[in-house]
Design a binder for this molecule. Structure first.
Ligand code: NAI
Ligand code: MG
Length: 334
C-alpha cells in the first residue's frame, strides 16, 4: 500500500505532515512517497507540478495534496497544480461532505454531500484574450460522457451510504445547451436508480436554500464551478474551512485534499487545524482502500478530540492549541 504526499504551500506544510502522522499510526505498513508541487516548487524548480509529482501520484494511486498558493493574476508558465493534477489523473468526481461536528460554529443536523464534476465546465483553463486585453472569454465544456460518469458516482454513493435523495443543481434556464445537457443526462442516469429520489434546483435557488435551510439537502450533483462555490458555502455549516474535507475520485486513483487553501494569514505559526486533512484521508481510506473500520476510527478520533476540547474550526480563539498538540490528541483517540 502506497500514498504520494504533496504538502504544497503555506499551511499545507503543517497540516499535511500532521495528517500523515495520523495515517501512519493507523496503518503502520503504509509506504509514503513524497513530492513537491505548488508556488514554492514553481519559484525553486521552475515548475508548479514537476513530472516527479505526477509519476509518483500515478504509481501510488492514492494521493494526499495540501494546498497551493495560486496568484489571482496571470504568471507566465504557472497554472494551478491541483487543477492540473485532477485533470491528468482524471479524477472525475470531487466529493465534499459537510457533516455536523461538535464545534460552536457548526449547524446541528447538517449532513450533506456535494458531488462535483471535476474535469470540465469553465475550469478547463481555456481562456482567450482579445482586443489587447479589453475583451476576454472563457470556454465552458459539458459532455455526456463526463456527466454520466459523475452522475453514476453520485447515485452509487447514495445507495452505498444509505442516502435517499440526489438534487441536481444547474442553471439550464439560462444555459439550455451546456447546463441543459448536464441536467438531461443526470436525469437519464437517475432513472437507473429507482430507489433513490431525485429532484433539481437552479444554482441561485440552491445557494439560497444552502444559507436558509442546509438540512434540506442530502446529495447535490452539480457541474464543476457551481460545486466549487456551493461546497464552500456548505463548509460554513460544517463549522468552517479548517474542518472541511474533500476527495477527488477517479478510476484506480484518489486524491484526498482539504477544501481550504494555503492560508497565508496563519502559515508558519503552527496553529492551523489539521482536521480537514485528516477527514479527507479518512474518505480516501473508506472510498479508495475500502477500509471502512479504519475510516470510522479516524472520524471518531477527530469527533472525540473536538468534543472534549471545546475547539473552534480554526483552533482559535479559545482553542489555544498547536497543530502538533491537537494531532497528538487525535492519535491518542485512535
Ligand atoms: P484559505 O482557505 O487559504 O483561507 C481562508 C481563511 O480560512 C483564512 O482566514 C485562513 O486562515 C482560514 N483557514 C483555512 N484553513 C484553515 C485551517 N486548516 N485552520 C485554520 N484556519 C484556516 O483561502 P484564501 O485565503 O482565499 O486563499 C489563500 C491561497 O490559497 C490563495 O493563493 C489561493 O489561490 C489558495 N487556494 C488553494 C486551494 C487549493 O490548493 N486547493 C484552494 C483554495 C485556495
Ligand atoms: Mg474552492
Amino acid at each position: 500500500m502506497e500514498i504520494c504526499v504533496i504538502e504544497g504551500d503555506g499551511i499545507g506544510k503543517e497540516v499535511i505532515p500532521a495528517a500523515t502522522e495520523v495515517l501512519k499510526s493507523l496503518i503502520p505498513e503504509l509506504t509514503i512517497l513524497t513530492a513537491r508541487a505548488g508556488w514554492d516548487a514553481f519559484t525553486d524548480l521552475g515548475e508548479a507540478l514537476p513530472e516527479e509529482a505526477v509519476t509518483l501520484s500515478k504509481k501510488a494511486g492514492a494521493v494526499l495534496f495540501g494546498a497551493c498558493s495560486s496568484p489571482s493574476y496571470p504568471v507566465e508558465g504557472y497554472a494551478s497544480p491541483i487543477v492540473r493534477l485532477r485533470r491528468i489523473l482524471n479524477t472525475h468526481a470531487n466529493l465534499r461532505p459537510t457533516t455536523y461536528l461538535p464545534i460552536p460554529t457548526a449547524r446541528e443536523g447538517v449532513n450533506l454531500l456535494v458531488v462535483r464534476e471535476n474535469t470540465e465546465d469553465v475550469y478547463g483553463g481555456q481562456e482567450q484574450v482579445e482586443e489587447g486585453g479589453d475583451r476576454t472569454t472563457a470556454y465552458k465544456v459539458i459532455t455526456r460522457q463526463a456527466t454520466e460518469r459523475v452522475a453514476h458516482t453520485a447515485f452509487r454513493l447514495a445507495q452505498q451510504s444509505h442516502r435517499d435523495r440526489v438534487t441536481v443543481v444547474h442553471k439550464a434556464n439560462v444555459l439550455p445547451q451546456t447546463d441543459g445537457l448536464f441536467r438531461r443526462v443526470a436525469m437519464e442516469v437517475a432513472e437507473q436508480y429507482p430507489d433513490i429520489e431525485v429532484d433539481e434546483l437552479l444554482v441561485d435557488t440552491a445557494a439560497y436554500w444552502m444559507v436558509k435551510e442546509p438540512t434540506r439537502f442530502d446529495i447535490i450533483l452539480t457541474p464543476n464551478q457551481y460545486g466549487d462555490i456551493l461546497s464552500d458555502m456548505a463548509a460554513a455549516w460544517g463549522g468552517g474551512l479548517g474542518v472541511a474535507p474533500a476527495l477527488n475520485l477517479g478510476e484506480g486513483v484518489a486524491i484526498a485534499e482539504p477544501v481550504h487553501g494555503s492560508a497565508p494569514d496563519i502559515a508558519g505559526r503552527g496553529i492551523a487545524n489539521p482536521t480537514a486533512s485528516i477527514l479527507s484521508l479518512a474518505m480516501l481510506v473508506r472510498y479508495y482502500w475500502g477500509m471502512n473500520e479504519e475510516a470510522e476510527r479516524m472520524e471518531q478520533a477527530v469527533y472525540r478530540t473536538l468534543d472534549e476540547g471545546n475547539y473552534t474550526a480554526d483552533l482559535r480563539p479559545d482553542g489555544n492549541i498547536s497543530t502538533e498538540e491537537f494531532t497528538q490528541q487525535i492519535i491518542n483517540h485512535l
